[in-house]
Design a protein around this ligand. Structure first.
Ligand code: HEC
Length: 232
């Protein structure tokens, strides 16, 4: 019945594209509607967490780590509740990743502590014997980029209506002016520095009059992955 089609490469190609697009569209269309809607209680990232996310992107962590837990029992048992599209509502760009050389990190904030990360990022082998993850020692001295992170948060607020500075909304985060945000940034960093229990980091922070290193921002970001993002 379709032999004429098989002999016409042009129409065959069109028929092929149409047929295969249907499955793609069925999968993708609901997401255009739903993914723009944040799940209940989702808050935006703080400026410190945003700076950490930038470190995550710059260092290419997504080349080895995904942030997308699939609906398989094995994944849910290992990583926690599977990911929902509305959890990525404020993620620009998304960092789902497509390869897992290391574990999924979408809920790492619920599994590990700041001081564990502090040891692990400095020397993965010290906490995970025979780990093949690279060490990230340079993050302990380089200063985190506040200016860029602040500009990003401001863009999220102004262009994408992400709830920063919205009065009376419990999921809103205060961004404020440049100086206010900078003070909050340092304050948030102080908490992470204390949790890290790492002498070098504490020294950098205190001697440098609140110099926030990239590792501090990165750990703040890792801690935000999971239930810390949800305001109860
Ligand atoms: C070359 C691949 C590779 C890169 C790049 C990489 N990792 Fe990993 N990562 C791994 C592997 C493999 C493991 C599992 C072994 C271990 O825990 O050290 C891991 C483990 C982890 C864990 C512990 C996860 C858990 O469930 O216990 C965290 C957190 C982590 N990586 C964060 C990062 C961050 C942040 C970056 C970027 C700065 C990064 N990784 C870059 C390969 C990588």
């Amino acid at each position: 019945m379709f032999s004429w089609l098989e002999k016409n490469p042009f129409f065959f190609t069109i028929a092929f594209v149409v047929t295969f697009s249907i499955a793609g569209l069925v999968q993708i269309i609901p997401d255009f509607r739903k993914s723009s809607q944040p799940i209940e209680g989702l808050r935006p990232l703080t400026v410190l967490e945003t700076a950490g996310r930038d470190v995550y992107m710059k260092e290419g962590c997504y080349n080895c780590h995904s942030q997308l837990i699939r609906e398989f029992k094995s994944e849910v048992m290992r990583y926690g509740m599977y990911s929902l599209s509305g959890e990525y509502a404020y993620d620009r760009p998304f960092l789902w990743g497509s390869k897992r050389t290391g574990p999924d990190l979408h809920r790492i904030g619920d599994r590990s502590s700041s001081d564990w990360h502090a040891n692990h990022m400095y020397d993965p082998n010290s906490v995970v014997p025979r780990s093949i993850m690279p060490a990230y020692k340079h993050l302990y001295t380089k200063e985190a980029d506040f200016d860029t992170a602040y500009a990003e948060a401001l863009t999220q607020k102004k262009v994408f209506n992400v709830p920063y500075d919205v009065d009376g909304l419990k999921t809103s985060i205060k961004l404020g002016s440049f100086n206010e945000a900078k003070a909050q940034f340092t304050e948030d960093a102080r908490i992470v520095v204390e949790e890290m229990k790492n002498e070098q980091t504490a020294q950098e922070f205190n001697d440098g009059q609140g110099k926030v290193t990239e590792i501090v921002a990165l750990i703040a970001y890792l801690n935000s992955l999971g239930s810390n993002r949800i305001v109860k």
